[in-house]
Design a protein around this ligand. Structure first.
Ligand code: HEC
Length: 160
């Protein structure tokens, strides 16, 4: 039997290469698994398909909402007493109020909404509230206002 010519060998090699590439598939014909990284999450895909259905994510704007009171003197006291019903932004978004007005707000929380605030904690809470940066703005006028409605939790039905 005659040895195959170099030309025939070359054709055979190219043919084998093509067969191999076709069976592997084009580089992007296979889905890469979505990488799950805790350190630097990639921007989430806007939709994921699989198993016959598609999950699409849409972006929603959440209201400005600070759950906790920022660090400062008595922050521990106010965070322990004033974060169980509504977020801190309820107080953080108030206009500048006097100490008496803040005390009245705390009293209202206790008497109207039954906030379990101990007598001994009231002074520290009022001190924190009057020292908040938002309170430096202007002299106190009027009474405590409901905050920006976008930041208010939906408590309809709770307050009667
Ligand atoms: C038992 C639940 C409860 C606790 C605890 C509570 N609050 Fe409230 N707070 C409410 C409710 C209910 C409202 C009224 C929400 C509304 O009208 O949308 C409110 C409203 C407010 C407002 C808006 C102004 C106003 O007078 O309505 C401020 C400021 C406020 N709370 C501060 C505080 C502070 C400071 C504390 C901690 C001493 C506190 N809250 C603890 C239930 C609570």
């Amino acid at each position: 039997m005659k040895a195959p010519s170099p030309g025939l060998l070359a054709v055979g090699a190219i043919g084998l290469t093509i067969v191999a590439l076709v069976s592997i598939g084009a580089p992007n014909s296979r889905k890469q698994p979505v990488a799950i990284s805790e350190t630097s999450p990639p921007p989430p895909p806007s939709s994921v398909s699989g198993g016959g259905f598609t999950l699409a994510s849409s972006s929603i704007e959440m209201p400005i909402d600070d759950a906790m009171y920022p660090d400062g003197p008595h922050a521990d006291v106010i965070n322990a007493n004033c974060t169980s019903c509504h977020s801190a932004s309820m107080a953080l978004t108030q206009p500048a109020l006097s100490a008496d007005q803040w005390k009245a707000t705390v009293t209202k929380m206790r008497e109207v909404y039954k906030a379990p605030v101990a007598d001994k904690d009231i002074t520290a809470i009022v001190e924190y509230l009057t020292a908040m940066p938002s309170q430096k703005a202007s002299p106190a006028t009027g009474k405590a206002q409901d905050p920006d409605p976008r930041a208010a939790p939906d408590v309809s039905g709770q307050t009667g």
